[in-house]
Design a protein around this ligand. Sequence first.
Ligand SMILES: *[C@@H]1O[C@H](CO)[C@@H](O)[C@H](O)[C@H]1NC(C)=O
Ligand SMILES: *[C@@H]1O[C@H](CO)[C@@H](O)[C@H](O)[C@H]1NC(C)=O
Ligand SMILES: *[C@@H]1O[C@H](CO)[C@@H](O)[C@H](O)[C@H]1NC(C)=O
Ligand SMILES: *[C@@H]1O[C@H](CO)[C@@H](O)[C@H](O)[C@H]1NC(C)=O
Ligand SMILES: *[C@@H]1O[C@H](CO)[C@@H](O)[C@H](O)[C@H]1NC(C)=O
Ligand SMILES: *[C@@H]1O[C@H](CO)[C@@H](O)[C@H](O)[C@H]1NC(C)=O
Ligand SMILES: *[C@@H]1O[C@H](CO)[C@@H](O)[C@H](O)[C@H]1NC(C)=O
Ligand SMILES: *[C@@H]1O[C@H](CO)[C@@H](O)[C@H](O)[C@H]1NC(C)=O
Length: 409
Amino acid sequence: MSSSLTVSLLLVVALADPGHPTRRTLRSRLNPDCDETCRGRNVTTLHLSADGPNDTLHYLWDFIGNPSVLLALTPPSTSLNISWEDYLARRENSVHFSEKPTYSFGMIINKIIEFNDVNDTALIDTADIANMNVLHLEYFNWQRVSLTQNNDFVYLNMEGNSYHDTAKNISRYGSIKLSLRGFCTLDHADIVPHMLHTENSTQIDIILDNLQTNETFSNSRFAIELLMVGGGDPDILMFVDPKKSLDDEHTPGIFEIVEVRTPPYRELNGALNGGAYLQWRPVSYNSALRDVTSSTETMQYSPKRISKYTNAVKNSMLYCYYGNATNLLLQKLTISLGSKGDGFYKKTNYLTWTFIIGYGTPPEERFSSLVIMIISIGLGLPLLIMVITGLYLCIRRMPKQHGNVYLSR
Ligand SMILES: *[C@@H]1O[C@H](CO)[C@@H](O)[C@H](O)[C@H]1NC(C)=O
Ligand SMILES: *[C@@H]1O[C@H](CO)[C@@H](O)[C@H](O)[C@H]1NC(C)=O
Ligand SMILES: *[C@@H]1O[C@H](CO)[C@@H](O)[C@H](O)[C@H]1NC(C)=O
Ligand SMILES: *[C@@H]1O[C@H](CO)[C@@H](O)[C@H](O)[C@H]1NC(C)=O
Ligand SMILES: *[C@@H]1O[C@H](CO)[C@@H](O)[C@H](O)[C@H]1NC(C)=O
Ligand SMILES: *[C@@H]1O[C@H](CO)[C@@H](O)[C@H](O)[C@H]1NC(C)=O
Ligand SMILES: *[C@@H]1O[C@H](CO)[C@@H](O)[C@H](O)[C@H]1NC(C)=O
Ligand SMILES: *[C@@H]1O[C@H](CO)[C@@H](O)[C@H](O)[C@H]1NC(C)=O
């Protein structure tokens, strides 16, 4: 009995070990060093730097052209310099770091794809071209809704409205809401699905709100295509790893987490390093409440290599940084929203997707103190009952023996 007590105590101690969370110091600037040029235009380029003891992680969030994110790891006290005239004209090499980053990686939210899911499979790879419409995010009119910056986090909320595809002369009503959040330490985000983030990661939340669907499509669903650009061996495909998670305490009903790792990159000293990752819970909510009853699933597809620079890169901040660089990793990743039998997009005209983009090791969920308490009670209570029953039996037996002795006298 004492050994099982020791085991359960050890288990509790092992599960409770919180590790040593590291902290980075956040600094953020909107449109850094852009005065006259940016004043007349609704430009949103946010530079966030997260200083650690030995290095700085820079993030650049940009909403000119296709929304994109750049992540760069540099030596400490490296500064960022944007040549605004060139930057706004989307010219190459208009973004500089004063010291060359040891690693950099970028992501473009490239397309929203509407597909007509005639047979309710919820899979975009079974739909044919005639049953698909592509929306390019550069054709939305992007407005900054709010920006909150303090020592612990930076929140940027953007909204894209009044879609107008100038090439095809197609307009649509509805909006895309993008929330980007940068953090300084390991914690859970406050919005459902409460993703766990590290000091090295940014959370991106996408809401497709009342987006007009194609009237010739009876069963419209949406998918999101991301374009990944940057460091890492371009010949190796990104690694997609859906895994079961320990518990659903933070995301009720969802026991899975999907991780995408970029191929490793070679450091200056020759060592291989893991690079960047994406992480999400395969859940999408069809109402702003984001409760269990309003959840549906997401589905990811194998990454695909892109052989040459596309217009998507050319019309994004990543081109300003990488220019015509060759030997870059260039892959696309598609995620569709919705699952079989969920009533399609038309059910509520609202869908969300939340993911984390970060550098280093993706965080692993640990048991929280609440779960540990429940486990301890689960293990401890039977033990306690056994001890009490044992004591009770002993005590009850004793006076009986006494009585017997008394009677036999
Ligand atoms: C900038 O945004 C504001 C609202 O946030 C809008 O009223 C204004 O027309 C926009 N200006 C341009 C040049 O797009
Ligand atoms: C920073 O560098 C020092 C000395 O090289 C090392 O001891 C320390 O572990 C490093 N800190 C982090 C967070 O990497
Ligand atoms: C930024 O870069 C431009 C062009 O490379 C240079 O002229 C300028 O002095 C730099 N500014 C800073 C603050 O480093
Ligand atoms: C839908 O199902 C029908 C009948 O099973 C099949 O002929 C058709 O090709 C399917 N369509 C798609 C887009 O999968
Ligand atoms: C609806 O889809 C059809 C077929 O793909 C396409 O020709 C048409 O332009 C689409 N309409 C809109 C408004 O996107
Ligand atoms: C674009 O479409 C609108 C209606 O959808 C039409 O009134 C307009 O003439 C079109 N413009 C061009 C250049 O085709
Ligand atoms: C990069 O590519 C563009 C278009 O392909 C070209 O106009 C430009 O000169 C190239 N720049 C360099 C530095 O090669
Ligand atoms: C965060 O990035 C630093 C790089 O400086 C790395 O040493 C550390 O392991 C990363 N943390 C996590 C949790 O991945």
